[in-house]
Design a protein around this ligand. Structure first.
Ligand code: MV4
Length: 499
């Protein structure tokens, strides 16, 4: 167990800044890398040293394993943290680090390989007793027909090498199958360089619930509860929260135990996330496993007090987990992703130089920002500028703090989605916790036209959310909608009764 002295951060933006902060907390030196587009970036200033790695296009810089390893050698690093995105789920990078005598601050390459192939991942999880969505092969039309008649329409064709929702295709009847299969294969080929697809039963109206895992190199795995990431737009997460109020506490224990069992079955270590679909019927099914630190990890940190990056570093050093069971958690946390994009123009990315940048502060507010005033937001990368993480004693307080914090941002020079986020959080479907994964895509016009400041009635409802929300999750049957017991609805009823 040798302590680390210097870590290469193989990433950029807010996650590189966030990793640098924990390394400094731990007394470990940090080394940033930057492309030509990122010379004045905040992550360069946040690290102790910084080295250029090439031109703006990611393939010539942040995705270039050789250049990263050259910098690591030159700077005398003894470990590498990949962050998320870029090379974070590349088993080749993990192998290359091993060859270069660099600790990879992430999971074993074999687990990354296995979870990257979706059919293999399904089989491994099924064998471990993790519930998977009914499905089957769809290698050719014959296979696909047979699978579909076994599981029943509607079905979903999914790319075997993909993930994250890209290239999925719904099929409602056998008549649609031949064309859908051809299209799914050609999309898979162009998106992932591999035309293999498989089939699953289509589950509609589901919520996206994921479980945070931590494992060490000695076979111990614990979970740190769930996150609800149902609020998405075109497979891009926008708002995440924990706990998931649609899951009663005993279901949280159940899904946590299932996720731990799945991770142990593949010899997992480091931080990882198991994604599940929570069907309207209350059934939970494995979707995929993300073998990296996730964008939304800070909400788990807010409720558990665990620094996940610190734990990843200790695990990479070979230390045993400090937790033998999930730690106690408290309150409710919400994350909002601040993007450089213009919701009024179809969410067109809005790169450019940030002129003014004022971040929110005050009770329960954490900023994980990736930029500062005067900095260029390059067009070459993901337009995530910052993350707002709020924590409150319950969902009502967290939601009120999120709305207050969003109103404190002053960002000029680029367009952002801050105002859109206020509309989303103030929308009654979100306040009442009635949204599913299709909510934004199906109600975008409504959300774009709705007020960004809650009405007097909604404010009263938000005040009434108080302790109520965390209690209803225990009382409500699993999977049942919150609407009937929603404090927002109750507040309305109360006010009309009292008149
Ligand atoms: C599904 C599904 C419905 N039925 N699979 C999208 C991302 C990828 N991880 C899997 N995804 C889905 N798989 C079956 N059989 C619906 C989705 C889905 C989704 C899942 C999680 C979060 C947001 C989503 C948005 C649209 C569709």
């Amino acid at each position: 167990m040798k302590p680390l002295r210097k870590v290469l951060i193989a990433n950029r933006g807010e996650i590189a800044v966030r990793i640098a902060r924990t390394l400094r907390d731990m007394g470990i030196a940090s080394v940033a890398v930057y492309s030509e587009a990122d010379r004045d970036a905040l992550h360069v200033a946040a690290a102790d040293e910084a080295f250029p790695i090439g031109p703006a296009p990611a393939v010539e810089s942040y995705l270039n394993v050789e250049r990263l390893l050259t910098v690591a050698r030159k700077a005398g690093c003894d470990a590498l943290h990949p962050g998320y995105g870029f090379l974070s789920e590349s088993p080749e990078l993990a192998d290359a680090c091993a060859h270069a005598q660099l600790e990879f601050i992430g999971p074993p390459a074999a687990a990354m390989r296995r979870m990257g192939l979706k059919v293999e991942a399904r089989e491994a999880m099924r064998d471990a007793g993790v519930p998977i969505i009914p499905g089957g092969p769809a290698g050719d039309l014959e296979d696909a027909r047979r699978s579909a008649s076994a599981i029943g329409y509607p079905v979903l064709l999914k790319p075997s090498a993909g993930g994250g929702g890209k290239g999925m295709r719904r099929v409602h009847s056998e008549a649609e199958l031949p064309e859908a299969l051809e299209r799914a294969k050609s999309e898979a080929r162009s998106a992932f360089g591999n035309d293999a697809v498989y089939m699953e039963k289509l589950l509609d109206g589901a919520r996206h619930v994921e479980v945070q895992l931590l494992g060490d190199r000695h076979g111990n795995v614990v979970h740190l509860y769930e996150r609800d990431c149902s609020l998405q737009r075109r497979h891009q997460k926008i708002v995440e929260e924990t706990p998931c109020l649609a899951l009663a506490p005993e279901r949280v224990d159940e899904i946590g135990r299932i996720a731990v069992r799945g991770a142990q079955a593949i010899g997992y270590w480091s931080a990882g996330t198991m994604e599940f679909l929570l069907a309207p019927t209350g059934e939970l099914y494995f979707l995929e496993m993300n073998t990296r630190l996730q964008v939304e990890h800070p909400i788990t940190e807010a409720c558990t007090g665990v620094d996940l990056v610190e734990e990843m570093v200790r695990i990479a050093c070979g230390e045993p987990l400090r937790l033998s069971a999930p730690p106690p958690r408290s309150g409710h946390a919400i994350e909002c992703r601040i993007y450089a994009e213009d919701p009024e123009q179809g969410f067109l990315p809005s790169p450019g130089r940030i002129d003014k940048l004022v971040l929110p502060a005050g009770p329960g507010v954490r900023n994980d920002e990736g930029a500062r005033a005067g900095q260029l937001i390059p067009a070459d990368y993901d337009p995530l500028v910052a993350k707002l993480i709020v924590h409150g004693r319950d969902r009502g307080q967290a939601l009120r703090r999120a709305l207050r914090a969003l109103s404190e941002y002053r960002i000029t020079g680029i367009a952002t989605n801050v105002h859109f986020l206020r509309r989303v959080l103030a929308h009654e479907a979100f306040v009442e916790d009635r949204h599913d994964t299709r909510f934004l895509d199906e109600n975008l016009a409504d959300v774009l036209g709705s007020p960004a400041t809650p009405s007097a009635a909604q404010l009263a409802a938000l005040a009434a959310l108080k302790h109520h929300a965390s209690q209803t999750s225990a009382l409500r049957p699993s999977g049942a909608s919150a609407a009937a017991t929603s404090p927002w609805v109750l507040a309305h009823r109360r006010s009309s009764w009292s008149r």
